[in-house]
Design a protein around this ligand. Structure first.
Ligand code: ZN
Ligand code: ZN
Length: 250
């Protein structure tokens, strides 16, 4: 399978990157994991406006889902006619949240002409050619870490999370582990929200992953150099900080 990073800025868009959005492809099927603000730009630049067959939203913080609202226009009002409904796997409140963020006073609230929603709950299920497993992670709202398997290869994605056992289970033996590292080490961070570079690396080591891909750094408040240094001290394998347009064959 192939991973294309469309957006990776944590919490709000950065000067060089939209918020979280990752395109995972195999056998011609394209699964978009998270759809943060700005990532419709990079979707068009690195893939195509309609090059999406299903969407999975890890949680409903706006930095992970707002472009699912903008995308309603692109699909509903396409000059060649409306596109068929797209499957969206997301927390149960997604239809209401996306419709509320999209709709104005005189517009219909329903968006089921554009999306067919499937409520996430912990467990495994197929999406296209992928075997997907999700589990709740440690974040203030309903949030799912994700494990995506295809032909024996595994990509794990932390979503947003503080340290938790579920993340180690999801990432167990993954070939690539896309893990958030929002916070700097050595400062007083709020609990139960996010990981530092060192914590991301500790989860990678415990899960025995092949490669650690750090994401969701907050450019305005963080430091790539310090995050990488802290992560390198806790994981022996290859580590990279991802960027929009980066592609990984997994
Ligand atoms: Zn986030
Ligand atoms: Zn979040």
């Amino acid at each position: 399978m192939r991973l294309t990073v469309l957006g990776c800025a944590g919490s709000f868009p950065g000067p060089e990157a939209p918020c979280s959005a990752y395109l995972v492809e195999a056998d011609g099927f394209r699964l978009l994991v998270d759809f943060g603000p700005g990532s419709m730009t990079t979707l068009q630049r690195f893939s195509g406006l309609y090059a999406v067959d299903a969407i999975l939203l890890s949680h409903l913080h706006c930095d992970h889902m707002l472009d699912a609202c903008s995308y309603v226009v692109a699909r509903r009002y396409a000059p060649e006619g409306p596109y068929p409904p797209l499957p969206v796997y997301a927390p149960v409140a997604a239809p209401e949240r996306i419709a509320a963020a999209y709709g104005g006073e005189n517009e219909p609230m329903a968006i089921n002409d554009v999306y067919t929603f499937y409520a996430l709950q912990p467990g495994s299920f197929p999406i296209g050619p992928f075997h997907v497993t999700v589990d709740r992670v440690n974040h203030p709202i309903e949030t799912y870490g994700v494990r995506i398997e295809h032909e024996g290869r595994v990509l794990a994605y932390s979503a947003d999370t503080a340290p938790c056992e579920a993340l180690i289970r999801l990432a167990q033996g993954a070939d690539a582990f896309l893990c958030e590292a929002s916070y700097l080490d050595g400062v007083d961070n709020p609990p139960d929200l996010h990981l530092t570079g060192r914590e991301a690396a500790e989860h990678a080591t415990k899960a025995g992953v092949g490669k650690l891909l750090l994401t969701h750094l907050v450019p305005a408040w963080g430091s790539e150099a310090l995050t990488l240094e802290a992560a390198s001290a806790a994981f022996d394998g290859p580590i990279e900080i991802v960027r929009p347009g980066a592609r990984y064959d997994i």
